[in-house]
Design a protein around this ligand. Structure first.
Ligand SMILES: Nc1ncnc2c1ncn2[C@@H]1O[C@H](COP(=O)(O)OP(=O)(O)OP(=O)(O)O)[C@@H](O)[C@H]1O
Ligand SMILES: [Mg+2]
Length: 258
């Protein structure tokens, strides 16, 4: 399936839209009047140096943090104008992959992936078994259901976290640094899995990363945050062709003068 054929115009039906968003922590302005529209049905990578507010942006999109100014719309819901029950319903339409995977250490892989199916969707056990088997196959680990996460490699844990994040067939999946802490070859295999999964499901993936190579491999669109602003946003090709010196030095990994 071609992701491009599913893409709508970004402004008309954005997966995540920030409208004049300002977020501060104390005196520090983390996001400064940010406008951004992330398109549905494709993979968008958000790049930027450490501490530029990438994770903060994800937490705004899920309603876990409130902005000082501006509006955040996720899957068409104005997150901070919506009621609590509307935000809970919105979160069920989203999957989240945390940097540390957030797997339950005392549960088997099977029970980790089954968790949202049992606790949130409350589907019967026959369907749970079928769905978990299909999800484990999809992430390339059909035979590890009986293990606990501590008996998996870092890359395998990431695969299981992805299986759990897509178990409820979300419309949008947010990834926070999916390849950090992985060796280069494992990172490349996770990038490939992210790419393949997005193309198979045709849903929206938003991937926060400071891994330039990873963004180049997985993203249809790329944004770069720097110093509280979106320095560049557009198709991967257009961003890679950017002549903005800040963007160039980040993409070309020019060392920062300390
Ligand atoms: N709850 C908080 N209270 C105070 N400061 C915070 C809080 N959360 C984040 N910050 C600060 O806001 C800035 C942006 O944080 P954020 O985690 O969004 O950055 P990031 O771009 O995800 O960085 P990294 O690439 O290192 O994960 C950082 O300087 C961080 O220390
Ligand atoms: Mg972060």
């Amino acid at each position: 399936m071609n992701a491009d054929s599913r893409a709508d115009s970004p402004a008309a039906s954005a997966a995540i839209e920030l409208i004049h968003v300002t977020k501060r922590f104390g005196d520090r302005v983390i996001l400064n009047d940010v406008n951004l529209a992330i398109a549905r049905g494709r993979t968008t990578a958000l790049l930027g140096p450490s501490g530029t507010g990438k994770s903060t942006l994800l937490r705004l999109a899920t309603g876990l943090l409130a902005p000082e100014r501006g509006r955040v719309k996720t899957l068409g819901i104005d997150v901070f104008a919506a009621s609590k029950s509307e935000v809970l319903a919105l979160r069920r339409r989203m999957g989240m992959l945390f940097q540390d995977n957030a797997l339950f250490g005392s549960l088997t892989v099977f029970d980790n992936v089954a968790f949202p199916l049992r606790r949130v969707a409350r589907v019967n056990e026959t369907i749970v078994r079928q769905r978990v088997a299909a999800l484990l196959s999809m992430v390339g680990l059909p035979d590890v259901g009986d293990r606990t996460p501590d008996r998996l490699s870092g890359g395998q844990r990431k695969r299981i976290a992805l299986a759990r994040a897509i178990a409820l067939e979300p419309e949008l999946v947010l990834f926070d640094e999916p390849t950090s802490g992985l060796d280069p070859q494992t990172s490349a295999s996770i990038d490939q899995l992210i790419r393949d999964t997005q193309q198979r499901l045709g849903i929206t993936f938003v991937v926060i990363t400071h891994d330039v190579e990873s963004a180049r491999l997985i993203a249809d669109d790329v944004g770069m945050l720097d110093n509280g602003v979106v320095r560049v946003f557009g198709s991967r090709e257009s961003v890679w062709a950017s002549t903005d010196p800040v963007v160039r030095s980040f993409l070309d990994r020019v060392p920062v003068q300390q």
